[in-house]
Write a protein that binds this ligand. Sequence first.
Ligand code: GEM
Ligand code: ZN
Length: 375
Amino acid sequence: MQITANFDSGNIRVIKAESADDIQLEIKHDNQSEFYQWFHFKLHNNDRCQHTLKITNAGQSAYVQGWDDYQAMASYDRHTWFRVPTEFDGQNLTITVTPECDAMYFAYFVPYSYERHQDLIHQAQMHPECQLDVLGQTLDGRDMSLLRVGEPAEGKMHVWVTARQHPGETMAEWFMEGFIDRLLDEDDGVARSLLNKAVFYLVPNMNPDGSVRGHLRTNAAGVNLNREWLEPSMESSPEVYLVTEKMHQVGVDMHLDIHGDEALPVNFVAGCEGIPSYDARHKALEDKFKQILLAITPEFQDTRGYDKDEPGQANLTVGSNWVGETFKCLAYTVEMPFKDNDLLPDPVVGWNDNRSALLGRDFLTAIYHVIDDLR
Ligand code: GEM
Ligand code: ZN
């Protein structure tokens, strides 16, 4: 029996793996960071017996409440992922499974590989209205890639969508895959109409280094990019620095920053109610966008979410808060669950890659219904 994680986004440390009924594992910290929660590893065993895999440091992970009612993801072919029986006792996260194949993969959520990221952006660039820009390089030397969709022209809105600042939140890039696929669909009326009115600036992966490294929340230097937007630097947070420079260069009329949430079993958004410039116009735009989402899909809800910031108390180091304040525009953090949407649960797969992509497609419809109100 072998347990390994030496691959794209792999993360596990083997403590003990002599017998299938007593496998002990630990999740590794993000580099130079206290954060950890993302795991992704392979079990290889020709013995089809029941395996008990215990992650023994789950109780000290970044978001412990994320393990309540959580079921781990597994796959044989690395394409189709399903949930497996998982229990959390306050310290150990225990997965109990009888493999049906020699090799079986386990992950916190459906992985989104760097190769798939490369396929996404290079297939998109083949579309006549899509330009692929490289803003610069990350600390590990990877491209910061931006897709510009739509021809710039006077009067067009600039709509920005950034995703996966937190690399373990892979649902964010699955969302982008659905969003981009629909935006580039030349038969789609919503997409075609939007491209007459707006130019889209899309960053499907804000944190490629942390993604490949198997991090939960930080870049190669252990920096949480979603606390860097007020004072980014090429030394610590080049990912944010390069994107904010481009935002200043082209302008922003709307911003969505796509994330995943460990604890809440719902899809929700977090707005700019605490930024200094928040006013009735901004609130009305936020309310309209949420009402449209509620009308479009039962996968969205606006009852549960983060606590609202008090007036003037927003943390402006957070991406959507900084953008909302800097550009006086509609800006939302979008959150999808690691668990499931408990309003519409799927016991076999929970929330997954496909549902994230479908939600991305639905958000395009919501943008279509507010595009004329942004300014
Ligand atoms: C959250 S976003 C922080 C809270 N934002 C607002 N507007 N209240 C973070 O970075 O902590 C996003 C995430 O981690 O997924
Ligand atoms: Zn996040």
